[in-house]
Design a protein around this ligand. Structure first.
Ligand code: ZN
Length: 350
């Protein structure tokens, strides 16, 4: 169970404070509002059958500020941030520079035959902690369990309005992360992305994830009664790690308290293993794959971590074969990756 405080920022954006205990602090001053940029829009890629989103306003966003000016840190004397409070557990707010928003705006004039649409939707920032130096791997299991509750609450709320909601975390300067404060994001899309639809249709046709759990064998990294961490047998990234609830749930909103705890414990341990692989924090993309609208009765949620370091000092790039043919090349077998990950210390949070 969590306590929720709803707060309005001066420019009208919503700020939600989630915590184990009620948040009653008086707000301080917040960052001045920025004028909203040109509305985002979508263009249809007829060869891929996918939308491409164009967000003109995003170029001006904060780029690697010094730690003393982190906009996600709690407010302090003489320092304004996005969150006008001195302490918080998990904070969620609407992105200042959203790629998707209901703000609207005129569509650009495009050559005939190029289909465009407003990029309606919502982009939120999820700040995992008020400690700038924390990371998913140093948070307590209970804080990560709270994060699962936050993901669930937002997927449920945004899912009422939008057909697909994606919580995710991009981590590491190597993959272009501009703020080091531990945080993730949530995108609510006005359509079901093509890749998500393909995955949902595959699961509707056959219980792919349930079968995977039953036959994981040497692909298992670690298993608890209610959740499993494994390397999928068809991993596309080196040391790719999935955390799965054993019972089929369409998203984190449908997990029980004990399932959330098991998922949280395995997630923290999985990140610490990845950080231990090459002796430096692993750059990764973490996604929480939830059922898109209409697939709630067959979709089995997953938390998927795609690491971007394949060896000491070597990053995984999507090169010719991946980009030109959509065929992923991997140089470590999933079962070998699982065996290696099992040997690494997963310890407790620092
Ligand atoms: Zn910070």
């Amino acid at each position: 169970m969590f306590s929720l405080r709803e707060h309005r920022l001066p420019d009208g954006r919503e700020l939600l404070l989630f915590g184990r205990s009620a948040h009653r602090e008086e707000p301080c001053e917040s960052l001045p509002p920025v004028s909203p940029g040109a509305g985002s829009h979508l263009r249809w890629h007829p060869l891929r059958g996918e939308w491409v989103a164009y967000a003109g306003a995003r170029q001006g966003r904060t780029f690697l500020p010094a730690a003393s000016f982190c906009p996600l840190c709690p407010a302090a004397e003489g320092r304004l941030g996005e969150i006008p409070f001195r302490t918080f557990e998990i904070a969620v707010f609407e992105n200042r520079f959203p790629a998707f928003s209901d703000a609207g705006g005129a569509l650009p004039v495009l050559p005939p035959g190029v289909e465009a649409a407003p990029a309606k939707g919502r982009c939120e920032v999820v700040v995992f902690s008020d400690d700038h130096r924390a990371a998913l791997g140093t948070l307590s299991d209970d804080r990560i369990a709270l994060l699962f509750e936050v993901w669930g609450a937002r997927v449920e709320a945004l899912g009422r309005e939008y057909p697909h909601v994606l919580p995710f975390e991009n981590r590491g300067e190597e993959i272009g992360v501009t703020l080091h404060h531990p945080h993730g994001q949530i995108y609510a899309f006005p359509f079901i992305p093509a890749q998500v639809r393909r995955a949902a249709e595959a699961q509707a046709a056959s219980p792919v994830i349930g079968d995977l759990l039953r036959h994981a064998g040497e692909l298992e990294i670690e298993a608890l009664d209610e959740a499993v961490a494994l390397v999928p047998p068809f991993a596309m990234y080196p040391y790719e790690t999935w955390i799965l609830p054993r019972r089929r749930a369409p998203g984190p909103q449908a997990l029980s308290g004990s399932e959330r705890q098991a998922m949280a414990r395995l997630l923290g341990r999985a990140v610490r293993r990845l950080d231990g692989l090459f002796g430096s924090p692993m750059p990764y993309i973490l996604t929480v794959q939830c059922a898109p609208r209409g697939f709630e009765d067959s979709f089995h949620m997953s938390v998927e971590i795609r690491p971007f370091r394949r060896d000491s000092g070597k990053l995984k790039y999507l090169a010719g074969v991946e980009q030109g043919a959509g065929v992923f090349l991997a140089d470590i077998l999933p079962e070998d990756a699982a065996a290696r990950l099992r040997t690494l210390p997963a310890g407790g949070p620092a």
